[in-house]
Design a protein around this ligand. Sequence first.
Ligand code: PSU
Ligand code: MN
Length: 316
Amino acid sequence: MAVTTMSAYPHESIPLVFSAEVADAIHEGLPVVALESNVITHGLPYPENAATARKVEEAVRAGGSVPATIAIESGKIVVGMTDADIERFASTPGIPKVSSRDMPVVLAQGRMGALTVASSLVAAELAGIPFFSSAGIGGVHRGAETSMDVSSDLIQFTRSKVAVVSAGAKKILDLGLTLEYLETQCVPVVSYRSDDFPAFYCVSSGFRSPMRLDDDDVIARAIENHWALGNHSSFLITTPVRPEEAIDSDEVDAAIAEATAAAERDGVRGQAITKYLMRAVDAATQGRSSRANMAVLISTAEVGGRLAAAHARYRR
Ligand code: PSU
Ligand code: MN
């Protein structure tokens, strides 16, 4: 007897456009790693943003998985941007940063939208992709006790069944509070082959990671266990920047403190603050932080590709 199941959410009403390669990979149960597009439009300047996006995709392949960079265009979620899509997003000014709550409106308007970590997780889950990688997740901002600025990335972790590979959270944040938030919200945080919670382009945040795992297969099993236990949430795996590509904490700390004070003086807040701080630190470090940012995006993606491959093997 045929059984018709009704989804609790009408996924079908959000059009997803897959590249042929990504559609095939999902269909065959091959490993796919979802990638964000906000880092292309807001994270790095043109043309380094386009070149880096391509290198990130190559790194996912080197790790053994298929990359799926995700964006919004013409009322549809594009899962697996083509080279031409990446070039267009990278070179078009003014594409809005789209977090989870912005998705319904930007889709309805038929505009272009660059997805953050949070909205990429929403899209990845709709698309049936259980893995995502980016260099630095959003988190609890410094001074959040008065600004209440906590990135939607963290809240989305409590709602999306996606494994997230990152080099920790952005150094401009309050990483101690970010770790507290993740613990409170029952989001597993596992550091891959390292003891410390990393800080994006710095090897360590100075905080020890709650858990360390070295074995790809154990990580794959732990992710599935998290979901089998009934959690409808993310599983965070961190991998640090390579020491030779990292920035020294001391070098960047002063620049971040200064940028944070300048942002307050200039009244920068909300969605704009992350980009403002990253740019200010980059200027203060003569572009060294951007170069480290590009390197860590690429190295993180390779680990993401590798862990997604282990996870897909485990699921088969
Ligand atoms: N990298 C940058 N600038 C950014 C981001 C990354 O250099 O703006 C993005 C990521 O897409 C991340 C988002 O998901 O910032 C978090 O923004 P917010 O702190 O506003 O939640
Ligand atoms: Mn914010």
